[in-house]
Write a protein that binds this ligand. Sequence first.
Ligand SMILES: [Zn+2]
Ligand SMILES: [Zn+2]
Length: 125
Amino acid sequence: MIDKSKARRSTRQRRLIVDAVKHSLNHPSASDIYATLADSGIGIATIYRQLSALVEDGEIGSVKYQGEVRYDPIIQPHAHIVCSKCDKIWDVELPKEIKNLAPTNGSFEKLDVDLTWKGVCSDCR
Ligand SMILES: [Zn+2]
Ligand SMILES: [Zn+2]
């Protein structure tokens, strides 16, 4: 038998976590999400579990930056720009022509591009 109240609670938590990722501008880490949702009483273990499930289900994306996983509201291919002082990450649209730059000499399949610009943001200058 399915515990309905538990399922409902987990749907509500999942929704809150998705919203926190989508409303954050700078690719939050799991601990950022935990801090944002501190009032909701959701535990850090639940946040980690829900975030991995959301990435697995393709609802949100993830980027690894300096050994830490950061969560991404955009799942389509795009580039990033990182501030080397505050580590905030912004999204940058990739030009469609980027596909033309893909190497054609190898025997690779499922080619993907992972492009990160680095700089210093206006808050840190
Ligand atoms: Zn900065
Ligand atoms: Zn992104």
